[in-house]
Design a protein around this ligand. Structure first.
Ligand code: BG6
Length: 488
């Protein structure tokens, strides 16, 4: 692994504390960081290095999946951290930063491999990227890489503008766009599950699959993010990125070789084949919802419009369900249903693949019925793959019942999404990052939905907090003769 400098913008922020430092620490324990590395944390405040290192240590105690015990290993890890105050708009701060980076490189014998992680609000992406270029920080003989997090734009036009700006300072293969769903064990496993198993591969098409259901339900509400969330809604916050990424990973076709390039090329073919919906059609295929007051885990919770910081009468979406079609030979005619919402009855991220059931009616003479086979891929909070098939239950007079076969993993031992993703970025492996084209095409699909939501040509259904979303989402599947499997 090549020695490198990890330059972290937003080093005093929440994401750094909760995710990035714990990820780096666990990577360090697993030998996934190079022998020589330095982390340079940047923020507006003036903080001495020793205090910064203490803060990083504290965040490890609170958030690391493995305990950060005092001792030489922790000390050595923390000794790699330096802090530098920086105002993102001041060129002279970048000039000083360059000096610090160079002096650390010389001190530690690190070639100028630099990773810039922008853990800051998206409005700062452009200015930071351009200063990295102008200051010379980005002129390296080694490699340079940029990690950014969503939101990548607010709509198609702003996403394109942002990308144009970033492209002035970084090449596409130097930009690592994190979609943390792509770092989840089961999302990463999808590729293997489908591509490396000939039995599954053989039935992964419209001859055998009746429909695919992708759900990401959450019990949390808007939390302390009213300002951001009320401008985004479920459609921008979850659907445009996480949900469409999971759809691409699910529908992926077998590439000729398993490389980042080929996998991303196959993903792109899927998103390119997604049938566009024109604005007047949106209401037929997309359900928009907002949670009302209700009960969750036995406690009353307020409706969205009564949450602190949400303007009265907000018509923001906290729930979206949609029917999508992939117009390619494999998936033609198979509806993909997506639903995601806040304040639903349970936290669950999962994919359910419903197979066609040509045996329906076969046992009717015996008054029995077969159920369609289901492949259920649970992503969160459990990581589990199960297959439901029909069998005789000897304890119930040999009657046909759905039987489940399952494979689960013990979650606590597994690396977190951020560990995997940062580790991949350090190695230049972009398989599980969002390519610009995927992002752009996802916005392109979503744009008419944004427009239809904005001018209210799609009804806003209310659903009680703690429920499974608006009834209209059940009707969406009902129209096609299906239902959501498993609540929610
Ligand atoms: C984030 C969204 O990207 O994903 C949040 O901004 C959401 O609103 C979160 O709660 C869900 O992630 P996970 O990993 O808990 O499913």
């Amino acid at each position: 692994m090549e020695a490198m400098t990890f330059v972290l913008f937003g080093a005093t922020g929440d994401l750094a504390k909760r995710k990035i430092y714990p990820a780096l620490y666990n990577m360090y324990l697993d030998g996934k960081l190079p022998k020589s590395f330095t982390v340079i944390g940047l923020g507006r405040k003036e903080i001495p290095d020793a205090v910064f290192q203490g803060n990083v240590g504290q965040s490890l105690k609170e958030f690391s999946r493995r305990p950060a015990a005092e001792g030489p290993a922790l000390d050595e890890f923390l000794s790699a951290f330096r802090y530098h105050p920086l105002n993102v708009n001041h060129p002279e701060d970048y000039a000083k930063l360059l000096k610090l980076v160079q002096s650390r490189e010389t001190e530690l014998g690190i070639p100028d491999n630099r990773l810039f992680y922008l853990s800051v609000a998206p409005e700062f992406f452009e200015v930071i990227a351009s200063h990295i270029k102008e200051s010379g920080l980005g002129s390296t003989r080694g490699w340079k890489r940029l990690i950014i997090e969503k939101p990548f734009g607010h709509d198609l036009a702003t996403a394109r503008e942002l990308n144009a700006k970033l492209s002035e300072a970084f090449e596409e293969d130097e930009i690592f766009r994190i979609d943390h769903y792509l770092g989840k064990t089961m999302v990463q496993n999808l590729e293997t599950l489908v591509l490396a198993n000939p039995v599954i591969q053989a039935v992964w098409n419209n001859r055998h699959i009746a429909n695919v259901q992708i759900t990401a339900s959450e019990t949390v509400g808007v939390e302390e993010r009213a300002g951001y969330y009320d401008q985004s809604g479920a459609i921008r916050d979850m659907f445009q990125n996480h949900m469409l990424q999971v759809l691409m990973m699910t529908a992926l076709r077998l590439p000729s070789r398993i490389t980042a390039k080929e996998i991303r090329a196959e993903k792109r073919k899927i998103i390119e084949a997604l049938r566009p919906i024109a604005k007047p059609e949106v209401a037929r295929h997309v359900v928009r919802g907002q949670y009302a007051a209700g009960t969750l885990n036995g406690k009353p919770v307020p409706g969205y419009a009564d949450e602190p910081g949400i303007p009265a009468g907000s018509r923001n979406d906290t729930f979206v369900a949609a029917r999508l079609w992939i117009d390619n030979p494999e998936w033609q005619g198979v509806p993909f249903y997506i639903r995601t919402g806040k304040r639903m009855s349970q936290k669950s991220t999962r994919i359910v693949v419903e197979f066609k059931n040509p045996t329906a009616g076969l046992y009717s003479s015996r008054g029995e019925e077969t159920e369609p086979n289901l492949l259920v891929i649970e992503i969160n909070p459990n990581e589990r793959v199960s297959f439901r098939f029909n069998g005789k239950n000897p304890r119930n007079e040999g009657k046909i019942e759905a039987i489940e076969m399952d494979f689960s993993t013990e979650q606590s031992e597994l690396p977190e999404a951020y560990e995997r993703l940062i580790s991949d970025a350090l190695q230049g492996d972009s398989t599980f990052f969002a390519h610009w084209k995927e992002v752009e095409l996802a916005w392109q699909w979503v744009q008419p939905v944004l427009d239809a939501f904005a001018d209210n040509s799609v009804p806003l259904h209310s659903y009680a907090a703690g429920s499974n979303g608006p009834e209209a989402s059940d009707k969406l599947l009902g129209e096609d003769g299906f239902r959501w499997w498993l609540d929610p």
